[in-house]
Ligand binder design. Structure first.
Ligand code: ATP
Ligand code: MG
Length: 560
């Protein structure tokens, strides 16, 4: 993993601006989420960019909650957003703000525009306004109220603010150009009447500013130098600049757009995520199958992996869909380095070692990390009954199967070589137990024979195993672009969660919630941060050791 940050086009622009001394102050950016849902992986890209570029220049970043839409927003979301940004490793210091902090200033700016003849109160209905707007190929028509006098507009605006009118009776619009080829410039709305309490300002206001008006001015009020946003705002930039020109604030921010992050097999739309949560299709915003930051955290994705992924994705203006494999690779890289190894058996098959004395226990020394000796080793108990992975035994095995088969030998990792002497089946013919014998001369680390076998498998001592619920997560969706499917329920992968009762080596029961390990040969697993307890261990599979989907796709290619 490299920490080198590529100089993408935004960083080049900022480097130039800093070099030319264009801004008196340092680089100031903001991350401006609307608190109407939890953050997702797409937001992580924006967070890494905004905090990243400011940090690289010794600048500052505001976390600004864009709370101009009361009714859809809540403090629960605000708290979740703060938690997620912190967890990703970024600090806004004392720069936590809300668009609603500026409601007074925004209103003053609105009166200023009215006085300058740059805004007017329209009394057409929403439907009439829509009908006047025109289309991409057809100019709009001016409202009959467009030429009201400044005094009349000011009077109406103040009465709007005082609550004298009902929702939708009037609206404050910028007076720009109804025939502009850019529809955003056709006298866009600045304030609408909404008799609804705001989560922070209560009933102080019954008119609320529109995004385009509030956003650019909030940027200016905070001294933002570079306002970085996604491409859908490109067509709004003329309006952004127009409002700034009209108000002429002390600081003049510059908007620069970049492409959104789209992740294959994942949803990055708060509205659609909200649907999955409120319909109970997933267990909550932190369901480990969601690409929400809280879901990825609970799944066991380390924040460093998400930052690494965002760095690899880079910043461009090109729209594309990023493969989930790229994110999973970042996760594997971080976890490979950071996690200790443990043994666990997900689909257990019992083995009785007939020549190992009943009641005897041997402590085997197991390395905690293959490449990091400083992480030390631990003792793993070995006894007459052990569990191995059901898949590590085949009754009728192909020649190249180097795990256990009747009459065959395998090494139990950190322990002995065993031979399968007898296969025990139940009435239905299902294998329920293997009877094996071990070779005492092959104890790992103190072999007195130089016998070698091709296969090594993991195991857990039956007398010491801790039962655990292990959740094997797979992609939530079976189509690459679930956001494009009309009914998102049709896109769900019915096998996105498999729960198994696993056997863990005893050291795994006592770990703290949120701790991650590599279960040898199986993948990375994380003690569930909500439900894991010593009495009832619960682990989530973070990611498999290899990209099994790529393997499947390749197999499909070969067989095609
Ligand atoms: P959603 O479509 O999920 O509701 P949004 O754009 O409405 O997303 P905001 O809360 O307004 O969500 O987003 C806050 C910031 O995050 C904005 O600057 C926005 O451009 C950025 N952002 C949102 N989604 C993505 C994404 N997929 N990739 C990159 N940046 C994003
Ligand atoms: Mg938005």
């Amino acid at each position: 993993m490299s920490d080198e940050q590529p100089r993408d086009f935004i960083r080049q622009i900022i480097d130039e601006d800093v070099g030319s001394g264009k801004h008196a102050s340092a680089v100031v950016t903001r991350f401006p989420p609307e608190p109407n849902g939890y953050l997702h992986i797409g937001h992580a890209k924006s967070i890494c960019l905004n905090f990243g570029v400011a940090g690289e220049h010794g600048g500052k970043t505001f976390l600004r909650l864009d709370d101009t839409n009361p009714g859809k927003e809540s403090e629960e979301y605000v708290e979740a957003i703060k938690r997620d940004v912190h967890w990703l490793g970024f600090d806004w210091g004392d720069r936590l703000t809300h668009a609603s902090d500026y409601f007074d200033q925004l209103y003053e700016a609105a009166e200023q525009l009215v006085r300058q003849g740059a805004a007017y109160v329209d009394s057409l209905s929403a439907e009439e306004i829509r009908a006047h707007r025109g289309t991409l190929t057809e100019a709009g028509r001016e409202s009959p109220y467009r030429n009201r006098s400044v005094e009349e507009n000011l009077g109406l605006l103040r009465r709007m603010r005082a609550g004298e009118f009902g929702d939708g009776e009037h609206i404050l619009r910028a007076r720009i150009d109804m025939s502009s080829p850019n529809i955003n410039m056709r006298d866009p709305a600045m304030y609408r009447i909404r008799h609804i309490s705001h989560q922070r300002t209560g009933d102080k206001w019954c008119i609320y500013p529109m995004y385009d008006f509030a956003h650019c001015l909030s940027d200016a009020f905070e001294g933002i130098t570079h306002s970085l946003c996604t491409l859908e705002f490109e067509d709004h930039r003329p309006l952004y600049d127009w409002f700034i020109d009209q108000v002429d604030p002390e600081h003049r921010p510059r908007q620069i757009e970049f492409s959104r992050l789209n992740l294959a097999y994942a949803l990055t739309s708060k509205r659609k995520l909200n649907f999955l949560v409120s319909e109970g299709i997933v267990s909550g915003w932190d369901d480990p199958r969601l690409a929400t930051i809280s879901g990825l955290r609970r799944r066991g994705y380390p924040p460093a992996a998400i930052r690494d992924f965002c760095r690899r994705v880079g910043i461009t203006k090109k729209e594309n869909i990023i493969e989930m494999a790229l994110l999973e690779n970042s996760v594997r890289e971080v976890l490979d380095l950071e996690t200790e190894r443990r043994m666990a058996v997900l689909k257990p098959l019992k083995i009785v070692i007939t020549n190992f004395e009943e009641g005897r226990v041997e402590q085997m020394s197991a390395q905690n990390h293959p490449n990091r000796p400083e992480l030390g080793s631990r003792e793993v108990p070995f006894s007459r009954e052990v569990f191995i992975e059901r898949d590590d035994f085949m009754e009728v095995a192909p020649r190249k199967f180097f795990r256990l088969k009747p009459g065959g030998e395998v090494r139990l990792r950190y322990a002995y070589i065993i031979r399968c002497d007898e296969v025990v089946k139940d009435a239905a013919g299902e294998v329920v137990e293997l009877r094996c014998s071990y070779d005492p001369a092959t104890r790992s680390g103190s072999e007195t024979s130089d016998r070698k076998v091709k296969g090594t498998i993991h195991w857990v001592s039956g007398a010491h195993a801790r039962r655990a619920e292990v959740r094997l997560y797979d992609r939530l969706f079976q189509v690459a672009d679930p956001g494009a499917v009309e009914n998102v329920l049709d896109a769900l992968n019915p096998n996105s969660l498999e729960v198994v009762e696993a056997m863990l080596e005893p050291a795994l029961a006592a770990v703290r919630p949120g701790a991650s390990f590599q279960f040898e040969r199986l993948g990375y697993f994380c003690a569930d941060s909500v439900e894991h307890g010593e009495d009832r261990p619960v682990f989530n599979r973070v990611v498999t050791l290899r990209d099994s989907w790529a393997k499947l796709e390749q197999q499909a290619l070969h067989s095609a």
